[in-house]
Design a protein around this ligand. Structure first.
Ligand code: FES
Length: 97
């Protein structure tokens, strides 16, 4: 669905629920996950439906994930970095940029 248009020269690698994700330096977590084919980043707190990034500019909060044990991080506003551990957000919690 999403395809990288450039050929990045430098990479970082992070863990997404046991899967190694390779991202370009400067990629947001959301961009890296979309490029890797991961489109559902959280489950809705009411019905558990899969939700994914929508605006990619920090407005919609559809991209909330848990990063290094901290919930409600906006994946589109967080730069990917080596060694981070990212998990899908399940349920509601306060949002952080
Ligand atoms: S995709 Fe909308 S806030 Fe992250």
């Amino acid at each position: 669905m999403f395809q990288r248009l450039d050929a990045p020269s430098a990479h970082v690698t992070f863990d997404f629920e046991g899967r190694s994700i390779h991202a370009a330096v400067g990629d947001s977590v959301a961009a890296a996950l979309l490029a890797a084919g991961v489109v559902d980043l959280r489950r809705s707190p009411v019905g558990g439906e899969p939700r994914g990034p929508w605006c990619l500019i920090g407005n919609c909060f559809e991209c909330l994930v848990e990063i290094d044990g901290v919930p409600s991080r906006q994946a589109c506003m967080t730069l990917a970095r080596d060694g981070m551990r990212v998990r899908r957000q399940r349920g509601a919690a306060g949002a952080r940029a």
